[in-house]
Design a protein around this ligand. Structure first.
Ligand code: TMP
Length: 208
């Protein structure tokens, strides 16, 4: 099997970290050599961009600035980590990727699809995850969980309506792309765990 690119997506508090642990365990059990990445971030420069975009600033951050920082960080990660790993036969397990920009900047910030498409064409040059697991959570539940973890960053402080638009966009995109599997993250941990394993097993079988 050629190296695959698997991504976990979802709103804050959807349970991405747990889902990533489940995937890591699954891949290890299947003797898959993989690297972990996160977005924005995953290279020294991209991690600086992550801190920058998540921090609270005195001045207003324009939606376009936020968008460009996300894609600048993605360009670093794709060129310096993701492509080299895949070319080297290593799988890549991503904590967020381009779908986050489609959902947060496209849905939440209401940036036009044509703008997003232009940027993703420049940065990704056709790179697309083989499998995306989207953890779908009710925004109010996810945000309450995120609040329980400590202080909220700049994006987490957005109004509930921002996350509702982001979720609607995630669902819309997931419904129109077979490589995106939606898992209902409002269920119990055990149910979410089972659903993720089912998706991973189906993915392995379909690529065998
Ligand atoms: P998190 O992955 O730790 O939740 O933090 C990343 C934050 O950045 C989260 O609020 C989602 C947001 N984000 C975007 O708005 N667009 C993007 O393209 C990415 C990768 C993340």
């Amino acid at each position: 099997m050629t190296a695959k690119f698997i991504v976990i997506e979802g709103l804050e508090g959807a349970g991405k970290s747990t889902a990533i642990s489940i995937c890591q365990q699954f891949l290890t059990q299947h003797n898959v050599d993989f690297v972990n990445v996160r977005e924005p971030g995953g290279t020294p420069l991209a991690e600086q961009l992550r801190d920058l975009v998540k921090a609270n600033h005195q001045e207003q951050i324009a939606s376009e600035t936020e968008l460009l920082i996300m894609y600048a960080a993605r360009a670093q990660l794709v060129n310096n980590v993701i492509r080299p790993a895949l070319n080297n036969g290593q799988w890549v397990l991503g904590d967020r990727h381009d779908l986050s920009s489609q959902a947060y900047q496209g849905g939440g910030r209401e940036i036009e699809q044509t703008t997003l498409k232009a940027l993703s064409d420049i940065v990704l040059k056709g790179l697309k995850p083989d499998l995306t697991i989207y953890l779908d959570i009710e925004p109010s539940i996810g945000l309450a969980r995120a609040k329980g973890r400590g202080e909220l960053d700049r994006i987490e402080q957005e109004a509930l309506s921002f996350f509702e638009r982001t979720r609607a966009q995630y669902l819309n995109l997931a419904n129109n792309d077979d490589s995106i599997k939606t898992v209902n993250a409002n269920q119990t941990m055990a149910q979410v765990h089972n659903d993720i394993i089912t998706v991973l097993e189906q993915f392995m079988q379909s690529n065998n």
